[in-house]
Design a protein around this ligand. Structure first.
Ligand code: PLP
Length: 374
């Protein structure tokens, strides 16, 4: 539709619409001229590992040594390497729904079985300790948690983490926590890393993070895992037979991002908070739609169950979230993502990583389309 010159409201995007901060781009240009054009150590340059350790201490409040860090080509690659290293046929990997789509797919790709754990909107889509406890079996290899979450934007506060922690500390499986949206939290919400809150998890805890979202650096492809030194060395061996190192210049850019001023990160966070407030207010004014206020990330996860069963002016029945997302696209020119692929039928995800004008005009357009339903 965009190629045909049609204005499409971009509520489906999974990346900041801001440019990478200027000081990071400048550092990358300088690094290229200084020779960042060759292979680096497979698991990341010493400078980047050092910067990651410093950022863990500064931003997340825990001490980390470089031998625990493995840098890969984005957090998705990190998760894929972890899946390759850890899962095999017969293993079960516990994943709360709604989930980021790659989690269960990567588990399946290794021949292992994703075990989906339900959460409820009334619990803020947060996994309840009793549900986790009931899902653990002798086959459980890992649990994958994400806070703040894609697709719901919901996040675990300290009390929620401690509740889950009571179950997690009793297990013997890996606890993988994806903190890629950790810097994007609103209303003074405090993001807590399990590495700080539950040090007793020891080497079973794996933290996944990266520069993609907080620093508007999705195209640079830099993410990392924090693991035991032994697993870090195994991940590096694995990566050495596939991608080798992430691009040298991208690693130099990530060093500049992590070590540089935090002003642009904070400016982006504030802009997202304002857009979130606008998006949530407008969504909740739509008939048949409700949306909880998410604590973080840049997604609104709207309950559209009130639209199910309605008919479009062409007589088509909106019998699924997929049909609703398609209707919003074709009739309102608003690109959203259906909830079913995230394991959450009856919902749609709307990204607010776009301008306030797009949010206003796009949701108005959706309102006009909803008004035509019978
Ligand atoms: N984890 C979550 C929850 C995500 O939403 C994404 C990207 O959408 C990633 C990981 C992957 O990030 P990267 O771009 O660094 O691979």
């Amino acid at each position: 539709m965009t190629a045909q010159g049609i204005k499409v409201f971009p509520f489906s995007v999974g990346e900041p619409d801001f440019p990478t901060p200027a000081h990071v781009r400048d550092a990358a240009k300088a690094a290229l001229d200084a020779g960042a054009t060759r292979y680096t150590p497979v698991g990341g340059t010493p400078d980047l590992k050092k910067a990651i350790c410093a950022a863990a201490a500064r931003d997340r409040g825990f001490t980390l040594t470089p031998d625990r860090v493995t840098v890969s080509c984005g957090a998705k690659h990190v998760l894929f390497n972890l899946a390759s290293a850890l899962y095999e046929e017969g293993d079960e990997v516990l994943i709360p729904a709604p989930y980021w789509v790659s989690y269960p797919e990567q588990v399946r790709m290794m021949g292992a079985t994703p075990v989906i754990m339900e959460t409820a909107e009334r619990d803020g889509f947060r996994l309840q300790p009793s549900v986790l406890a009931a899902s653990v079996t002798s086959k459980t290899k890992a649990v994958i948690l994400c806070s703040p979450s894609n697709p719901t934007g919901s996040a675990y506060d300290e009390a929620a983490w401690r509740g889950l922690g009571e179950v997690l500390v009793k297990g013997d499986y890996y606890v993988i926590v994806d903190e890629i949206y950790g810097d994007l939290v609103y209303d003074g919400f405090a993001h807590h890393s399990l590495a700080k809150l539950l040090p007793e998890l020891g080497d079973r805890l794996i933290v996944v993070d990266g520069v993609s979202k907080s620093y508007a650096m999705t195209g640079w492809r830099i993410g990392w895992s924090l693991t035991s030194p032994k697993l870090a060395s195994q991940l590096t061996t694995l990566q050495g037979q596939s991608t080798t190192n992430p691009a040298a210049v991208a690693q130099a850019a990530a060093v500049a991002a992590l070590n540089g001023p935090r002003t642009s990160v904070e400016a982006m966070r504030k802009a997202f908070e304002q857009r979130r407030n606008l998006m949530i207010e407008l969504l909740n004014a739509l008939p048949g739609v409700t949306c909880r206020t998410p604590e973080g990330a840049f997604y609104a996860f709207a309950n559209v169950k009130g639209l199910l069963g309605k008919a479009t002016k062409d007589g088509a029945k909106l019998d699924s979230d997929d049909a609703i997302a398609t209707f919003f696209l074709t009739d309102a020119r608003a690109a959203t993502v259906a909830g079913s692929p995230f394991g959450a039928p009856g919902y749609i995800r709307l990204s607010y990583a776009c301008s306030e004008d797009d949010i206003r005009d796009g949701v108005r357009s959706i309102a006009e389309s909803i008004a035509t339903l019978t």
